[in-house]
Design a protein around this ligand. Sequence first.
Ligand code: SAM
Ligand code: SF4
Length: 346
Amino acid sequence: MVQVLERPPTASHQIVPAPKRAQDAYGRFMTYLRISLTDRCNFRCVYCMPATGMKFQPRDEHLTDEELLRVVRLCTKLGFRKLRLTGGEPTIRPHLVDLVREMKKFPGVDEISMTTNGLLLGRMADDLRAAGLDRINVSIDTLDPEKFKLITRGGRLDLVMQGIEAAEASGMTPIKLNAVVVRGHSEHEVADLAALTLTKDWEVRFLEIMPMEGVGIVYDEGLVTTEETKAELERHFGTLLPIETDPSDPARLWRIAGAKGKIGFISPISQPFCSACNRVRLTADGKLRLCLLRADEIDFREHLRAGATDEELESMLLAGIWRKPWGHGVAEGDRHTVRGMSQIGG
Ligand code: SAM
Ligand code: SF4
């Protein structure tokens, strides 16, 4: 069920990276930066935050807008082409629209997207689109308002649905929905969510839960593998039809016969996609996180605030990315996330 990673190719740790392009020792080029704008959130999803005892970082530990834009600009100079804004909940970060507008001006940025719970999108979608936000992924695990309230610990499904409609109307396409499938919470919701693709040109993606800090028990009891979710969908809709997928997209895509939209499966536990990884993460407190599920981080905030030059920061970025770990190692029993998902951004 849980799959051990394929063996990594030989790493060339002794070779200093010559070109000014973000690349790791295994030959993977980094082109995708996921940027967490805050560790705070207006929901408390069961698989993301503990019910009690959640500690948030002091605000002065977060990168200022200026510091954040500086790091992102340097990343785009070194080959990052896709930026994704996440959190916590990115829509509660002050000046979000201005940040999007500024990031969009950096040469080399092909696309800016955002992962959001959608609650505030109804009133923000038009401004975000006008500032240059290309796409959104909205996290939604059920279409039942009461279950939604339980999973998010208080969230309002009607507002999230309005947010999704507003994003679509503003021209942010394709709309992607993310559902974490968790036993005891949402494993019976997958057919209703998948049915949205019958009439909507949306991509509904089902994610395996990951063992993040603070929600280990939910993972231990709640992992539903892609194989199980796919079997549940095929019971309802018949055999799913495969769609060719970009190898760097972690989702494997399928379609219900005759449907307008697509179904995606993201399977970090049962089918790790580490060999095609092209991403690193910048946390709200200014750490470059090399792998979602490993604790290795490079502290940019410290160096930014100590007066590092652009050249010094670029060298740090190149050297740090060079030592990106091969894979997350969850199947081998490694669990060193140290942070919760809301402090990294997914
Ligand atoms: N608040 C935004 C949202 O929910 O979309 C962005 C941040 S959230 C941490 C990013 C993604 O991580 C969401 O799609 C969420 O469902 C997913 N996520 C959170 N905890 C997870 C876990 N333990 N395993 C797998 N995915 C998780
Ligand atoms: Fe908030 Fe997103 Fe985590 Fe839910 S998954 S608690 S919406 S950060």
